[in-house]
Design a protein. Structure first.
Length: 106
């Protein structure tokens, strides 16, 4: 008794199709739009040019692809950039008798 089960998908109702944020779909739409514009304007006789034309849609598709334990790859990249670019300050608090007496004096 007293054990509560929280479903793993409690935030899925906040997402579009249960997977995407609004920003994710806007980003993917822009990437696909740029790819379509490039396909319409560039001469597609060469395979390298056609791959370059499709690349914006592929890159944005990879960025919004869901992965376990994170929302998507874009979230992982943001977390990595934030971790390595900001100053890290870790305050250690151990299980020491001196720490307990120092807290009482404050």
């Amino acid at each position: 008794m007293g054990n509560y089960l929280i479903p793993a998908n409690t935030k899925k109702s906040l997402l579009i199709f249960g997977i995407f944020n609004q920003f994710d779909l806007i980003l993917f739409g822009c990437g696909v739009g740029v790819s379509i514009l490039l396909l319409l304007t560039l001469p597609i006789q060469n395979i390298a040019i056609s791959i370059l034309a499709i690349l914006p849609g592929l890159v944005t598709g990879m960025l919004i692809m869901p992965i376990p334990n994170y929302h998507n790859i874009l979230t992982v990249l943001r977390n990595c950039i934030e971790f390595y670019s900001e100053n890290q300050k870790f305050v250690w608090r151990g299980w020491c008798v001196l720490d307990a007496t120092a807290d009482k004096k404050k």
